[in-house]
Design a protein around this ligand. Structure first.
Ligand SMILES: [Zn+2]
Length: 385
C-alpha cells in the first residue's frame, strides 16, 4: 500500500509517499497513492501506551481485549502494553501463555504484556514486555530475583502501607519512598508530582505521567478516584514540567462498570479509562505551541518504543508500519468503543483529532469505524518483528 501526505520523518515534516506492507518498504517523493491525506493532516509514527489495563478474562464485564484495543485505535494508539492484575492474575508461565493467546485472538492493536512479580522463573524466558511491580510486591521475597532480571520493570510508585491508608493519608512521600526499594532497569509509571520525576531521573530510571494527574482537578467523586491520587493544585501546576521532562505519557486506562463506579465513594474501585485521550491531548499541546512536534512524537511514540526496546516509534524503512494520522480540528473528548462511557476527562476541549490509525500496515480505524485487524505481540522474538 502507498500513502501520500505530510509525514514526520527524521524529526522533520516532509511531503512524501510511503510504501509498506507489514513493514515500511520505502519512502519516496512521488507515487500513485492508494490513500492521499490532505495538507492539513499529519502522518506520524504510531503511538505506544506502556500502561493499559485491558481487563479481559474474568474481568471482561468491565472491558475486554476487543473493546480496549478498539478504543486505543480510535485514540491513535497502535501498541498497548497490558498490566497483569486481571483475573486470574498473570504471574506464571501458563497464565502468560493463555493471556498471550487471548490477545492473539482479539487484539486490534499491537501489544505486549507485563507479568506480575513471581517466583516462577520460567516467565523470564517468555515473550513478555517485563514485570509490573505493585506496592504490595515491595515486601515479597521474590522481588529480589525480579530486580536482578534484565527485563524491564515498571513500578507503581507507592509503598505497601499506601494500600491500607485512608485516601487523604496516601501522601506524596510514600510515592518518593518507593523508589528507594528498587534498582536496575526501572521505569516509574504515573508520577503524580514533579519531585517523583526528579528523583526517578536522579536514580537513572525512566518515568511517565498521565493526563489525569495533570488535568483533573482533585478527587471529587468516584469518577476521579485513582491510585496514586491526584495531588493538590500546587503540585499539579508543577507537574506541567513533565510535558517537557518526563520520558513518556501513559493513559493508565483502568475500566470499571458504571455500577462499580456508582458504589459509595469509600468502597468504589479506583481507575480512569481514557486510553483514547493521550495522543489527541499531546498533539493539542503541540497545536497550542506549548511543546514542539519533535517533543510530542517523543512523548507518545519515540521514547516508549526506546524504553520497551521495540522496532517502532519512527517512520523509517524496515520499521513496523504503524501510523497515527491526525488533523487539527476543535472537538470535545469522549470515549467511543470502550465499555466505559464516562470519564472525568469528558468534554475536555481538544484541537487534534485522529483521522486514521494504521496497525501492521492495515487500517485499524478510519475516522469512523474500527476494523478487526490482528495486532501482534511485539515482544515475540520468534515472530518476524
Ligand atoms: Zn495502572
Amino acid at each position: 500500500m502507498w500513502i501520500k501526505g505530510k509525514a514526520f520523518i527524521k524529526d522533520n515534516i516532509e511531503d512524501c509517499c510511503i510504501e509498506f506492507d507489514r513493514k515500511i518498504k520505502q519512502i519516496k517523493k512521488d507515487c500513485k497513492p492508494d490513500i492521499s491525506f490532505n495538507s492539513s493532516s499529519l502522518i506520524l509514527p504510531g503511538s505506544l501506551d506502556m500502561h493499559v489495563h485491558t481487563r479481559g478474562m474474568l474481568l471482561s464485564y468491565k472491558e475486554d481485549i476487543i473493546t480496549a484495543t478498539s478504543e486505543a485505535a480510535y485514540g491513535g494508539v497502535t501498541t498497548i502494553v497490558d498490566m497483569p492484575n486481571t483475573k486470574p492474575y498473570i504471574n506464571t508461565h501458563e497464565r502468560v501463555l493463555s493471556r498471550l493467546r487471548e490477545f492473539e485472538n482479539y487484539s486490534r492493536t499491537d501489544y505486549g504484556i507485563y507479568s506480575g512479580v513471581t517466583n516462577d522463573n520460567r516467565v523470564d524466558e517468555d515473550p513478555i514486555a517485563g514485570y509490573k511491580i505493585f506496592p504490595e510486591d515491595l515486601e515479597k521475597p521474590e522481588l529480589k530475583s525480579i530486580l536482578s532480571s534484565k527485563r524491564l520493570k515498571i513500578i507503581h510508585p507507592e509503598i505497601p502501607i499506601s494500600n491500607n491508608s485512608f485516601r487523604n493519608l496516601r501522601e506524596m512521600w510514600q510515592e518518593l519512598a518507593s523508589l528507594y526499594f528498587v534498582q536496575g532497569k526501572i521505569h516509574v509509571t504515573h508520577a503524580t508530582n514533579y519531585n517523583t520525576i526528579e528523583l526517578a531521573k536522579k536514580f537513572g530510571f525512566t518515568v511517565d505521567f498521565t493526563p489525569h494527574h495533570l488535568l483533573v482537578s482533585g478527587e471529587k467523586d468516584c469518577l476521579s478516584k485513582v491510585n496514586p491520587p491526584i495531588r493538590d493544585k500546587t503540585e499539579q501546576n508543577k507537574l506541567i514540567r513533565a510535558l517537557f521532562e518526563a520520558d513518556t505519557i501513559v493513559s493508565d486506562h483502568a475500566p470499571h462498570t458504571s455500577k462499580e463506579k456508582n458504589m459509595p465513594y469509600e468502597i468504589c474501585p479506583p481507575g480512569i479509562a481514557a486510553v483514547s485521550f493521550t495522543t489527541p491531548f499531546v498533539y493539542t499541546m503541540f497545536k497550542k505551541g506549548i511543546i514542539s512536534l519533535q517533543r510530542a512524537v517523543e512523548l507518545v511514540s519515540k521514547n516508549p518504543a526506546k524504553i520497551l526496546g521495540v522496532n517502532l516509534g519512527e517512520i523509517k524503512e524496515d520499521k513496523i508500519a504503524n501510523f497515527t494520522i491526525i488533523s487539527f480540528n476543535d472537538w470535545r473528548y469522549h470515549t467511543k468503543f470502550s465499555k466505559v462511557l464516562e470519564t472525568p476527562l469528558d468534554e475536555f476541549p481538544l484541537e487534534a483529532n485522529i483521522l486514521t490509525t494504521i496497525v501492521e500496515g492495515k487500517i485499524a480505524y478510519d475516522g469512523e469505524e474500527v476494523y478487526p485487524i490482528r495486532g501482534v505481540n511485539i515482544f515475540d522474538k520468534s515472530g518476524n518483528t
